[in-house]
Design a protein around this ligand. Structure first.
Ligand SMILES: Nc1ncnc2c1ncn2[C@@H]1O[C@H](COP(=O)(O)OP(=O)(O)O)[C@@H](O)[C@H]1O
Ligand SMILES: [Mg+2]
Length: 479
């Protein structure tokens, strides 16, 4: 049933917003798409924004926004906004919603759009990822799974360069498809040549080492790795920069340490610092191997022929020192930033983004990384550096990053405080739709912002590639 009771009526003074009245059992909900037929025969596509629950036998009332006029071909003309009174109201059908996606190139099918009592194709504009996106939902709501769906669709429909920062090895199989996937899709994904970089303890067949170079880090990043503060550690910091100026900038850590050990007292104390921090034991140093920054940017010894438009998954787990993965991330984003004038469209994907984007970083390296991420959030768009961040709590993400996100994908969220915060940060998402997220089941999401034609409630589609690090099951007796 897509028709509402006959008495359903809508009225608009400005052709933009409308109020409506419907029977209580019409079951209209925030987010539902409706077709308004005005007394002079115009058909308008609208969206319910809020509903006031009726008392007793009263009709249901609410308000919505006009999206545009439906023309004879079923396309939506967004500019057309006539005022109306006494218009008939009914729930929209899939054909009418199809007109919204229109002929826009690069539509990505990401699941089933739940509106009224129908399920329609839910598509995002691939071109809408040219801004920062935030995926939010409580643990277990299906964020990582949904992030995988987004990445697969982007692999299929764009040539975006992607750098995936993967804390739980969830995307290490992004380059291989599940049985039953359409051949063309499987081939396209295989052809993207996803490269997977991992630590020595987690690396399997086909994976490459996740490494970095001390000598190509920025001077500030090097100092942060040594936990040297230019003010608090004035003397050592100064000994460090003058030593580097003296020996040149192409020394690796081992050579550096050897030089420092045989130097002045100031240099000797720097050597002690390195030893005490255990820096030489880090497995993350590349030696002769390519660094992650080289792989991501297509620079270094082994490539760059394709302009680096590759897809790199960096599994951040399995290192001995928690600063190692942070330092690699820092080198990668520093290098992407250093090469920003190449303007290669690049999506920086960060799952569990509160680890890297926390406003309270745990170490000097993490602070440097945060500083760079904030800078990319503020200025990256004009260079084609865009974020796709996923996290369970908006309040754990630095506000200078969160406030730059223009696309929202919200999954199940129970905390009213977090929903209120999202309402402030993402004013384009209707409040009643945000609030509905506490009733979402796994895989359900609200999509709003530049990548969505209108705010949509969606059940995300099935994955094409296997999700890696699944939860560990409780061992059951007899099982
Ligand atoms: N839409 C879905 N369809 C099928 N399984 C799903 C879906 N969403 C999540 N899952 C499964 O549920 C578990 C938790 O999902 P996950 O995406 O890891 O949650 P989150 O990242 O929000 O903590 C995973 O095993 C995942 O494969
Ligand atoms: Mg997850």
């Amino acid at each position: 049933m897509t028709t509402m009771a006959d008495e359903a009526r809508a009225e608009s003074r400005d052709g933009r917003g409308f109020t409506f009245r419907a029977a209580a059992d019409d079951g209209v909900a925030p987010g539902d798409m409706v077709v308004v037929t005005t007394p002079d025969g115009a058909r308008l596509l609208g969206q319910v924004v809020d509903v006031i629950e009726p008392v007793g036998e009263d009709p249901l009332t609410g308000f919505g926004v006009v999206i545009g006029a439906l023309d004879e071909e079923g396309a939506v003309q967004r500019g057309a906004r006539p005022a109306f009174r006494g218009a008939a109201l009914e729930l929209a059908r899939p054909a009418e919603l199809g007109g919204l996606h229109g002929a826009a190139a690069g539509t990505m099918s990401i699941g089933t759009w739940r509106t009224g009592d129908v399920g329609a194709e839910a598509s995002l504009r691939a071109g809408g990822f040219n801004r920062h996106s935030f995926l939010c939902g409580q643990s277990g709501s299906g964020k990582t799974y949904a992030l995988g769906v987004l990445l697969e669709r982007l692999l299929l429909q764009t040539d975006l360069r992607m750098a995936v920062f993967d804390p739980n090895a969830d995307f290490v199989h992004l380059g291989s498809t599940l049985p039953g996937v359409a051949e063309a899709d499987a081939r396209r994904i295989a052809d993207r040549g996803v490269r997977v970089l991992r630590s020595d303890s987690t690396r399997g067949e086909g994976d490459e080492p996740l490494r970095m170079r001390f000598r190509t880090m920025t001077r500030q990043a090097q100092a942060a790795t040594l936990q040297l503060d230019p003010i608090h550690d004035q003397d050592e910091y100064n000994a460090f920069i003058s030593f580097l100026a003296q020996i040149g900038n192409d020394s690796d850590l081992g050579a550096l340490l050897a030089g420092l050990r045989s130097g002045t007292p100031g240099q000797l104390s720097l050597a002690r610092r390195m030893e005490n921090l255990g820096l030489l034991e880090w497995q993350v140093w590349a030696g002769e191997l390519p660094s992650a920054a080289d792989v991501v940017t297509g620079g270094g010894a082994d490539g760059g022929a394709d302009g680096g438009a590759g897809v790199t998954v960096m599994d951040l787990g399995g290192f001995g020192d928690p600063s190692e993965p942070i330092a690699v991330c820092l080198e990668v984003v520093d290098e992407l930033w250093a090469q920003r004038d190449r303007r290669i469209p690049t999506l920086l994907v960060i799952d569990e983004a509160h680890n890297l984007c926390s406003s309270d970083p745990a170490s000097p390296v993490a602070q440097k990384l945060l500083d760079r991420l904030i800078q990319i959030a503020a200025e990256g768009r004009k260079y084609g550096l865009w974020f796709l961040l996923s996290s369970q709590r908006p309040s754990k993400i630095d506000p200078q990053i969160l406030s730059q996100c223009d696309n929202l994908m919200l999954m199940r969220m129970n905390s009213p405080d977090d929903i209120a915060e999202l309402g402030r940060a993402f004013g384009f998402a209707p409040k009643a739709m945000l609030q509905a997220s506490n009733g979402f089941v796994q895989g359900e999401a609200l999509l709003a912002g530049g990548f969505a034609p209108v705010p949509m409630l969606v059940q995300v589609r099935e994955r094409l590639t296997p999700q890696g690090g699944s939860d560990v099951a409780v061992p059951l007796v007899g099982a």
